[in-house]
Write a protein that binds this ligand. Structure first.
Ligand code: DGJ
Length: 736
């Protein structure tokens, strides 16, 4: 709920358990009074009290009181929109270059309004729906006739506040935005630590907590995508924060391109955090009458540690961001041929996989990279999206028919954003690839990036996608992207708009994915980027699942799952049972243990099923049945991170509990066998104290226990012998 005190203009935004309060100094400067636990007091008197917090120093005058001391005020005031050049030396969220070639501006309050609901953001993915209210605050630089509309939405069912900004040129001269970030949070530093996710290919989204010291911390991507190395996410937490306790402030950006997240600890004891489009290599020319809208930032505060933050974000993304019709449906159990065959396949080979898969109860075959052009290695053919009939005899339509005849659905891999220098497309349109006039563009995986800022390229890709999907019964698309962007030069854009390229590329990508899911509403889309380099809220808006990592080794996956699930629901994480020995790590693990770990996600297989042993083959129907029995719970339930191998060096324990506490499922992974140790005691969460629950481990009953017993005393479980051992636990409410 949003309330504004008419007299003081103090605004209070309440979610079920948080409050966010804004106020004005001198009736001009918009600042953050408070963000945290929900305030119990009512308007208006209490807010006048709060207003005192706006004065950075009790003894220091505001600019109105003493214009001669304005600079001190500007440097220490908690601006909601820090701007460049006026004495606020924190990372600015807004800056322009004027016609006179000068930078900097000062934004003054110019009114606000509250309305029910929420506006869509033009060309950008953004949250939607439910019961929500929006506060729009106008700030203007009168000298420039530049208006910034700050938009805050509060949702009645979740502790999230979303923010974005629209900048409008209301003057008569063009201006150039040189930075436009989505949200800033200027908080009093409480010895915060910062937490973000980082990693690399096959090691994505590792949890990385760090001490914050004077100066600060930067988390960024300049790769044109969110990247293996970074996540558009920052969280500040009080020292000693755990899953269950501590205060946490989180900022997560609904964006898939270059971003900057930064926290500065300053000389005044302030922690100034900001997130948005990376100002490096960014500009946007605004002609008179034009506007620019930033991506949306998702803010949440938890007074109950990281676990509450994760559950808030999971619910928010499930209820307000993912729009796929598959969101609340079981996903097909698929088998993907990538690690089974790499490029070395033809339709006979794939149909032999399909035969064995159908017999085992698998529901979909996904044909990965290599079905088109002359693609027998990664050195050619991206862009030539015609089926290679030497490999896929009879073409896509015929192949789909053969797969369907076996009772399987067909899915297809594609990498639309890329072009191989060795392709007919590149030979016909060399100017469609990103390149600078003065350099040979860098190839990555022997490929170049198409210029999605060029509408002709986007139109070509739209037609390509339409053509492929209309030619055969294809029910799933894996949309891949296998290299970062470099050589930021667009042969299409004029010289003074080259710095718009990185963002225009992302807008082109969003337009394509929007077209795809709107034109083929029943399509299941899975985004992917050389493993998990574009696992971000922007892509989630289009696809309900994203390929998490090329690393399917269950041990490596522990850290990847922990980091990804810190922010994202398990149902968004593409997860497959891979072959033995693992191609990435070279590690050998048991088929059954790999299958248990793949249930913490969408569940599928990625191996040559025709080479499995009879014993392994025989396990598949049971694995699928187990997955199906808990898929709904895993998709919709509450996630609890009960133990972390990263922290304890021994084991991982993850639980998903039904929201009504009637059921739970837990996944235990013991990394290395240890001799001569007591039984492990597992303590669960999210159950009803006074109910009784039947507990099974790997299908074997362990007896019935009270909810209180399971949550507080715990369940003693003998350790398994051997290394890399998974245990699947089910907890069901029973009558006695
Ligand atoms: C990278 C993906 O992550 C893999 O799963 C596979 O699709 C390859 N690309 C194909 O080139």
């Amino acid at each position: 709920m949003i309330r504004i005190d008419e007299e003081t203009k103090i605004a209070r935004l309440d979610t079920p358990s948080t409050s966010y309060c804004l106020g004005l100094a001198d009736g001009r400067y918009l600042g953050l009074l408070y963000y945290g636990r929900r305030l119990g007091t009512e308007l208006p008197g209490d807010l006048a009290e709060l207003g005192r917090l706006l004065k950075p120093h009790d003894t220091q005058p505001t600019p109105l009181e003493n214009p001669g001391q304005k600079l001190t005020f500007m440097n220490s005031y908690p601006f909601e929109l820090p701007t460049w050049g006026g004495g606020n030396f924190h990372e600015a969220a807004l800056d322009v270059r004027t016609e006179a070639g000068q930078n900097g501006l000062e934004m003054i309050y110019d009114g606000c309004r509250v309305f029910e609901g929420k506006k869509a953001l033009p060309g950008l993915p953004a949250s939607f729906g439910g019961s929500c209210q929006t506060l729009e605050i106008d700030l203007v630089d009168p000298g420039l006739s530049l208006r910034a509309v700050l938009s805050y939405t509060v949702f009645s069912d979740t502790d999230v506040i979303t923010r974005s900004m629209t900048v409008k040129n209301e003057g008569t001269a063009p201006v150039t935005l040189t930075r436009a970030l989505s949200a800033s949070l200027m908080l009093e530093d409480r010895d915060f630590e910062v937490l973000t996710l980082g990693g690399s290919w096959a090691r994505e989204r590792r949890i990385m907590p760090q001490k914050l010291t004077y100066g600060g911390y930067v988390n960024e991507s300049l790769r044109g995508e969110s990247g293996h190395q970074s996540q558009p996410f920052l969280c500040l937490m009080t020292a000693g924060t755990t899953q269950k306790s501590g205060e946490v402030y989180c900022m997560h950006l609904v964006y898939s391109g270059c971003f900057l997240g930064k926290v500065q600890i300053d000389d005044q004891g302030m922690a100034a955090a900001t997130i948005g489009i990376h100002p490096e290599n960014y500009e946007w020319r605004l002609d008179p009458g034009e506007a620019f809208t930033t991506p949306e930032a998702v803010l949440t505060y938890s007074a109950e540690g990281l676990g509450k933050m994760s559950r808030t974000l999971h619910d928010f993304y499930r209820c307000h961001l993912i729009r796929s019709p598959y969101l609340h449906k079981d996903r097909p159990v698929l088998i993907n041929n990538w690690e089974a065959t790499y490029f070395d396949f033809d339709s006979d080979k794939l149909l032999s996989i399909a035969d064995a898969a159908a017999a085992a109860g698998i529901e979909m075959l996904v044909m990965d990279d290599g079905w088109f052009g002359r693609r027998n290695a990664d050195t050619s053919s991206l862009g030539d999206w015609q089926v290679n009939t030497q490999k896929i005899a009879g073409g896509l339509g015929h192949f789909a028919g053969e797969v369907n005849r076996r009772g399987l659905r067909l899915g297809l891999w594609i990498e639309p954003e890329m072009v191989s220098p060795d392709s007919d497309l590149f030979r016909a349109h060399p100017d469609w690839a990103l390149q600078r006039v003065h350099n040979e563009p860098a190839q990555g995986r022997h490929q170049l990036v198409l210029d999605l800022a060029n509408p002709a390229v986007v139109a070509f890709l739209r037609e390509t996608l339409d053509g492929i999907l209309s030619s055969a019964n294809i029910e799933y698309i894996k949309w891949d992207m296998n290299r970062a962007l470099t050589d930021y030069g667009s042969p299409y854009l004029p010289a003074d708009r080259q710095k718009e390229l990185a963002h225009r590329y992302v807008l082109g990508l969003y337009a394509l994915q929007d077209h795809l899911v709107s034109s083929f509403p029943d399509l299941l889309l899975e985004n992917c980027s050389g493993g998990g380099a574009r696992f971000d809220p922007g892509m989630l808006y289009f696809s309900p699942q994203i390929w998490t990592s090329d690393d399917m080794d269950p041990v490596e996956r522990l850290a990847i799952i922990e980091g990804t699930a810190l922010l994202y629901p398990l149902s968004t994480m593409g997860a497959h049972v891979s072959k033995n020995r693992n191609d990435v790590t070279g590690r050998t693990t048991a088929f059954a243990d790999r299958a248990v770990m793949a249930m913490l996600g969408t569940f599928g297989y990625e191996l040559d099923i025709t080479t499995l042993t009879a014993d392994e083959l025989a396990q598949i129907p049971g694995q699928i049945a187990r997955h199906k029995a808990v898929a709904g719970l895993i998709r919709e339930g509450d996630y609890y991170r009960l133990a972390s191998w990263r922290e304890n060096g021994d084991y991982d324990l993850v639980e998903v509990a039904a929201k009504d506490g009637s059921r739970a499922v837990a996944f235990l992974f013991e990394v290395l066998g240890r001799p001569n140790m007591r039984s492990r005691v597992l303590r669960f969460e999210g159950l009803k104290e006074n109910s009784r629950y039947e507990v099974t481990a790997d299908g074997r009953s362990l007896g019935a226990f009270s909810g209180a017993g399971l949550m507080y005393a715990g369940l003693a479980l003998a350790r398994k012998r051997g290394d890399f051992r998974a245990t699947f636990l089910e907890i069901r409410e029973c009558s006695e």
